[in-house]
Write a protein that binds this ligand. Structure first.
Ligand SMILES: Cc1cc2nc3c(=O)[nH]c(=O)nc-3n(C[C@H](O)[C@H](O)[C@H](O)COP(=O)(O)O)c2cc1C
Length: 202
């Protein structure tokens, strides 16, 4: 089977919301409607997580510019994207299809059956290859990688707020199960999930 690459719409560098408004709006949203997300929204969220900015810079800082993070998306209901698992190819701003089958039930189970994961239209996952950072920073690498995951997740959370979407930072999951499901290599660890959808307003 040939490798499937999905070109993402280019990210927007402006928007209707100010940073201040997004900061004020950000909060954990765990209930979503059944409406799909658009590919443009997914593109924007992935770019916010780790996209390229100027030169080799990214939207989030990285210790020694060693960039240990990897970003994935599980599409559940996304217009223009078949349900499945994709890896964000940061440099080319495109998606690499890793699995076309519906991995969402397994993902929900790996996330301890949390309803926010079960009901999401898409779930962004952040992983890291700590070794990339350890080559320079040795024993401080894990700490640096955790800091970087926090920065990337906050970027996503603010972009979510700016787009009027809802998401929550999820840290409770089965590490081994999630790593396997995301088809991660031996040296990579799964560190965060961000289920996303259109907020269900009570
Ligand atoms: C490291 C971390 C892990 C978290 N894990 C989960 C989780 O597994 N499930 C969940 O529903 N919320 C999780 N949260 C979200 C927190 O519960 C939430 O941020 C907190 O209640 C404050 O609410 P706010 O985000 O609306 O300000 C996590 C937050 C952080 C920072």
């Amino acid at each position: 089977m040939s490798v499937q690459i999905i070109e993402l719409p280019p990210p927007r560098y402006d928007g209707a919301s100010s940073v201040e408004a997004a900061l004020r709006e950000r909060c954990s949203v765990r209930e979503y409607t059944d409406e799909p997300l658009t590919l443009a929204e997914i593109s924007q969220l992935l770019w916010a997580a780790q996209g390229v900015t100027h030169g080799s810079g990214r939207t989030a800082p990285s210790a020694g510019a060693l960039f240990p993070l990897e970003v994935y998306v599980v599409a559940v209901r996304v217009d223009g994207l078949a349900p499945g698992l994709y890896k964000y190819r940061i440099g080319d701003h495109e998606l690499l299809e890793l699995a076309r089958e519906n991995v969402h039930p397994d993902l929900t189970a790996a996330a301890l059956s949390q309803e926010c994961v079960r009901d999401a239209a898409a779930v962004i996952a952040i992983g890291a290859v700590v070794e990339r950072t350890a080559t320079k920073y040795g024993g401080r690498a894990e700490r640096y990688v955790d800091m970087e995951v926090g920065a990337a997740a906050q970027n996503v959370s603010l972009q979510v707020a700016a787009l009027g979407l809802g998401a929550v930072f999820v840290g409770a999951f089965n590490d081994a199960r999630l790593k396997k499901l995301l088809c991660m290599g031996k040296r990579e660890a799964a560190l965060a999930l961000l289920p996303v959808g259109r907020p269900r307003v009570a």
